[in-house]
Design a binder for this molecule. Structure first.
Ligand SMILES: Cc1cc2nc3c(=O)[nH]c(=O)nc-3n(C[C@H](O)[C@H](O)[C@H](O)COP(=O)(O)O)c2cc1C
Length: 245
C-alpha cells in the first residue's frame, strides 16, 4: 500500500466507471459456497482503511471470520438470516478507545524521515485534549462547559466531549471504511451484505469483542448466489434529501 500523497490529485477512474461500480453493488442475501481468497480480502481491507477518517486516528478494527465453526455460530447470532450463510463475514468495529495509541502511531508510522513539528505537537497535545474524556467522562463534562464559554467569542468545535460523542465520532469514520470495503469487494467480483441484524450480546461473546469496541455492522461477503437479490433497487427522489443553497 502506498502512503505517498498524489499531488495534484488524479482522476484514476472515469465517473462512468465509478458509477458502474457503485450501481452494481447491491445488498445480496444468497451466496455460493465459493471461498474468498485471503489475498482478495487483504486487498479489500487495504482499500477500506484508505477511507477518510477523523484526524487520521483510524478508529476502526476488523475481524475476518472464515472458520466454518465460527461462521455457523454467527449465523445463529444473526438470527439465522440468509445473508449470514456467506462463506466470509467481516465484523466491522468502531473503536472510540484506540485514539491514544493512534496518536503514538502517527509519529511511529509517519511516512517521512522527520515528523514535522506541527504534527508531533498536534498529536502530543491537541488531539489528546480533544479526545480524552477522563474517568467517567468527567473531563468531557468540564470541556463542555469550557467550550460553551470560549465559543461565545469565536466559533469552536464542540464535540466530541463525552463518551457518547466519542462513540459517534468513531462510528462516522468506520462507516466510511465499511463502504470502501463493500465497493472494494464489488470491484473484485464479490457481493456483500451489510448486516446490523444480530444479537450484540451474543456477538460479543462469540467473537470476544473488546468491551469498548462497537460492532457497527457485520459484512457478509461471497459470490452472488441464485436469487441473491430480493428486490429491485429503490431510492427516493433526490429532491427529498437535497437542499441546494
Ligand atoms: C447499517 C446497515 C444494516 C443493514 N442490515 C441488514 C441486515 O441485517 N440484513 C439484511 O438483509 N440487510 C441489511 N442491510 C441492507 C439494506 O437492507 C440494504 O442496503 C437496503 O435495503 C438498500 O438495498 P441495496 O443495498 O441493495 O441498494 C443493512 C444495511 C445497512 C447499511
Amino acid at each position: 500500500m502506498t502512503h505517498l500523497a498524489v499531488d495534484p490529485p488524479v482522476a484514476c477512474a472515469s465517473p462512468a466507471a465509478l458509477r458502474a461500480l457503485i450501481e452494481s453493488r447491491r445488498a445480496v442475501r444468497r451466496f455460493t459456497d465459493e471461498k474468498v481468497p485471503d489475498a482478495v480480502i487483504r486487498d479489500c481491507l487495504e482499500m477500506a482503511v484508505l477511507a477518510p477518517n477523523s484526524c487520521n486516528l483510524q478508529p476502526w478494527s476488523f475481524q475476518v471470520i472464515r472458520d466454518p465453526a465460527l461462521l455457523k455460530q454467527l449465523h445463529l447470532v444473526c438470527m439465522s438470516q440468509n445473508a449470514a450463510l456467506a462463506p466470509l463475514i467481516i465484523a466491522v468495529l468502531a473503536r472510540p478507545d484506540t485514539w491514544k495509541q493512534a496518536c503514538q502511531n502517527i509519529v511511529t508510522y509517519w511516512p517521512e524521515p522527520q515528523v514535522p513539528q506541527r504534527i508531533s505537537r498536534f498529536y502530543a497535545k491537541t488531539a489528546p485534549f480533544q479526545y480524552n474524556q477522563g474517568p467517567l467522562g468527567l473531563l468531557g463534562l468540564f470541556k463542555r462547559q469550557l467550550v460553551r464559554l470560549l465559543a461565545l467569542r469565536k466559533p469552536l468545535m464542540r464535540t466530541p466531549n463525552s463518551k457518547a460523542q466519542m462513540r459517534l465520532w468513531a462510528v462516522k469514520s468506520t462507516a466510511l471504511a465499511a463502504e470502501n470495503l463493500m465497493l472494494a469487494f464489488q470491484s473484485h467480483g464479490y457481493a456483500t451484505c451489510p448486516m446490523e441484524g444480530f444479537d450484540e450480546v451474543r456477538l460479543r461473546k462469540v467473537l470476544d469483542i473488546p468491551r469498548q469496541a462497537l460492532p457497527i455492522m457485520l459484512l457478509a461477503v461471497g459470490r452472488q448466489g441464485e436469487k441473491g437479490i430480493y428486490n429491485p433497487r429503490l431510492r427516493f427522489p433526490l429532491e427529498q434529501h437535497v437542499t441546494w443553497l
